[in-house]
Design a protein around this ligand. Structure first.
Ligand SMILES: Cc1cc2nc3c(=O)[nH]c(=O)nc-3n(C[C@H](O)[C@H](O)[C@H](O)COP(=O)(O)OP(=O)(O)OC[C@H]3O[C@@H](n4cnc5c(N)ncnc54)[C@H](O)[C@@H]3O)c2cc1C
Length: 461
């Protein structure tokens, strides 16, 4: 019998991905130290700025299930079984995620039949639960107010700053994982090493969060992700456990300029989202926008590889921050943890091989979801309202029903399966080409039939 390896692991960042990763590594029996620059969110005052709730889908659920947390999280999450579109008159249209069976089993899901729905989960609740779960492993230690400041890739060390005492100290480990978010310090340090590619893109749209208080939560149809698509911009709403809803307005920065005055705010909402005014309340809208300094920004990050040397690795937003329109940022980060754990097992805890293979197999896949997330903004803010989109969806659903293992619609493959993101993208390409060929065939046949009928009529005259 081979002796079980006990590896010393450092995780930088105790956000959603870092804290889940700590449970995965703790479960493997390794000695894990998590260094988080903020204070413990379980005891600290709530920090504003990030989204309040998130959409959890299959990839995230699978990772949570692996560390025994899925049920605990789902119990306090709210299922959203489809999109509910609000038009300018307030009329709503439901687009279920699964109009076909509402309970399917297809090979890419991997386990038991699942209801195709996504779940709205509170960010703070989730992070707190993940930290609590990690801390239950006696071999996992969490250190707060500790910030990564530098790293010596040759010596395999990291330097941390204790933000309470302002003292710096060095730590060493066999595996150093950066799960320190979109503006990752570890990634910034990795950028200075040879052959490390990096690019980031800010979109010219920002976002502002609003809310529907619990006492008015019943006024909006439950169990949906609500969308007010307005072509160039959109507003969405996700439910919270306390019956309140969190709305997010995504819009070009220059359009936010019209929301500087009370008159401008009222005019904008009456013209573009009239049915939301009763839900949010006009005075609350005025209060939020007149106090607003700047809308939050959205960035997409691509880099390659995800590792440096034989022990430094980045995961989650640190490796692949994306715009939030596919609701996949956290899900992809959770999937990173699942895949990393899987590789460690398959490669007999060989760190060097694991970080190499993780990088090799994950970079393109994660870049594909970054691209898909950009595309989905188009779909959500404008395409969903178009007839061509609805025809395509109906066609996709009909084909999915007939061939559930072959014709998996793009949204289903991304949100309800663990198909490689790159394959999701490639699938969509061949599906598009099949549909285009079918359309061409149909048009040719119609032209032939029209020609044939005209000829018959002409001969009959
Ligand atoms: C508006 C919005 C809506 C979103 N909606 C969804 C959604 O519906 N579904 C979904 O799947 N995803 C969604 N996302 C994406 C999701 O929020 C991120 O993908 C997720 O938070 C990434 O987790 P992370 O742990 O990698 O990074 P983070 O959550 O950013 O955590 C990083 C942690 O590292 C710490 N840290 C940073 N620097 C250092 C340092 N130098 N030293 C020590 N610690 C450090 C930070 O304090 C933080 O705690 C959304 C994002 C936004 C902006």
């Amino acid at each position: 019998m081979t002796e079980k390896k006990n590896i010393k692991i450092i995780i930088i960042g105790g956000g959603l991905v870092g804290s889940l990763c700590a449970s995965f590594m703790g479960k493997r029996g390794h000695d894990v130290a998590v260094y988080e620059k903020r204070s413990d969110i379980r005891t600290a005052k709530l920090s504003p700025g990030r989204s309040i709730n998130l959409a959890l889908s299959h990839r995230g659920r699978r990772a949570l299930r692996s560390v025994g947390l899925e049920n605990e999280i789902l119990k306090t999450s709210i299922p959203m079984k489809g999109r509910l579109l609000h038009d300018l008159t307030g009329k709503t249209t439901s687009i279920p995620y699964d109009p076909v069976t509402n309970e399917v089993k297809f090979k890419f899901y991997g386990d038991s039949p699942t209801k195709l729905c996504i779940y709205s989960v509170g960010r703070n609740f989730l992070n707190q639960t993940l930290l609590r779960a990690a801390e239950k492993y006696p071999n996992v230690k969490l250190y707060f107010n500790q910030k990564l400041v530098s790293s010596n890739f040759n010596q395999g060390t990291v330097t941390l700053l204790n933000t309470n005492t302002c003292e710096t100290y060095e730590e060493v480990a066999e595996l150093i994982i950066g799960a320190d978010g979109a503006f990752s310090s570890l990634r910034r340090l990795m950028q200075q090493t040879p052959l490390f590619d990096f690019s980031q893109k800010y979109i010219q749209h920002g976002y502002v969060e609003l809310s529907i208080p619990p006492e008015r939560g019943h006024l909006i149809t439950p169990n949906h992700l609500h969308i007010w698509p307005r072509g160039e911009f959109m507003m969405i709403a996700l439910p919270n456990q306390d019956n309140s809803w969190t709305l997010t307005l995504f819009m070009p920065f220059d359009k936010f300029e019209n929301l500087k005055t009370e008159e401008g705010i009222r005019k904008f909402f009456w013209e573009t989202f009239p049915d939301s005014i009763e839900l949010i309340e006009e005075n609350e809208l005025v209060r939020v926008f007149t106090r607003l300094n700047n809308p939050s920004t959205l960035v997409s990050v691509k880099c390659k590889p995800y590792h440096v040397g034989s022990k430094y690795l980045i995961i989650g937003d640190a490796a692949h921050a994306m715009v939030p329109f596919y609701g996949q940022g956290m899900n992809a980060g959770f999937e990173d943890c699942f895949l990393l754990d899987d590789l460690l097992g398959k490669l007999d805890e060989d760190i060097q091989k694991t970080v190499n293979q993780f990088s090799e197999s994950r970079v393109e896949s994660a870049q594909a979801i970054c691209d898909l997330a950009m595309y989905n903004y188009e779909e959500m803010k404008s395409l969903v309202t178009k007839l061509t989109y609805r025809i395509r969806r109906a066609l996709d659903n009909a084909l999915f029903k007939q061939f559930p293992d072959k014709w998996v619609p793009l949204y289903n493959s991304v949100s309800f399966s663990h198909m490689d993101y790159l394959q999701c993208l490639e699938n969509r390409k061949w599906q598009d080409s099949v549909i285009n060929k079918l359309l061409l065939l149909l048009i040719t046949m119609l032209v032939w039939i029209a020609g044939f009928v005209s000829l018959k009529l002409w001969r009959a005259i």
